[in-house]
Ligand binder design. Structure first.
Ligand SMILES: *Cc1c(COP(=O)(O)O)cnc(C)c1O
Length: 230
């Protein structure tokens, strides 16, 4: 169950099956392996099995892991968890992609850090589609304004949208949230063509990634199916 190589093989096959079943282009949904709480030897096993893109949800925890693999070429590190503005500089140093930008304050801090580091970080806006006050993410109605602001920030490249829907036992109940994120992308692109760069939709986790693929997900954030329960 917890052999990462076997699980990676299985999950990749499931992803490609779901992608082709709904008529999408092979390889159009990317597997992001979420390694939070798992030690470096688990990540090493995944690398040995060909995985290159990894996601973490805390800056502090990710820092040690990213440092451990600093001499391994070709790895891509994504931050998928909430980011506090006071950790923006550290995050800008460590990560290639940040999925959880949900305020102008955070975006500005990240951009300033990137400018001084002479790097560009790819970012997604995290949209809150469920109006859950306790969750992170920006209310969908305020996303267009943040898009406009982000496009003026030199250190960041806006490349898409991300969402974490409420949890439902039945992944079919999650479908409307995935559809809403896709519709939000279409609205934003119609209003300002090209504003979302690569136009990624970061959505879908272990128990609902097949539904997310049907609704257009391009980045699947999967942990449990690869590495076991946390
Ligand atoms: C942990 C986590 C995941 C992975 O969830 P699984 O159910 O283990 O696949 C995806 N996205 C975010 C933001 C996470 O924190």
């Amino acid at each position: 169950m917890t052999d990462p190589a076997t699980n990676l093989h299985t999950v990749r096959a499931q992803i490609e099956a779901a992608v082709s079943a709904c008529g999408r282009k092979p390889g159009s949904a990317t597997l992001l392996a979420i390694t939070k709480t798992f030690p470096v030897d688990v990540i090493s096993a995944a690398i040995a099995a060909g995985q290159r893109r990894f996601g973490e949800n805390r800056v502090q925890e990710a820092e040690d892991k990213i440092r451990h693999f600093k001499d391994t070429p070709g790895l891509e590190w994504h931050l998928v968890g909430h980011l506090q503005s006071n950790k923006a500089r550290r995050a800008a140093e460590l990560f290639d992609v940040i999925h959880s930008v949900d305020s102008l304050k955070l975006a500005r801090r990240l951009s300033d850090a990137c400018v001084s580091l002479e790097k560009t970080v790819s970012v997604f806006i995290q949209a809150d589609l469920a109006h859950e006050a306790t969750k992170f993410g920006l209310d969908a109605g305020r996303v267009p304004e943040l898009v406009d602001d982000l496009l003026g920030l030199p250190g960041l490249r806006l490349d898409g949208l991300m969402t974490i829907p409420p949890f439902f036992e039945d992944p079919e109940e999650t479908r409307p949230f995935f559809a809403r994120l896709r519709e939000l992308r279409e609205t934003l692109e119609a209003r300002r063509p090209g504003c979302l760069g690569a136009g990624h939709l970061s959505m879908g986790m272990t128990h609902d990634f097949e539904v997310a693929i049907q609704e257009g997900a391009t980045i699947l954030r999967i942990g449990t199916a690869l590495f076991g329960e946390r």
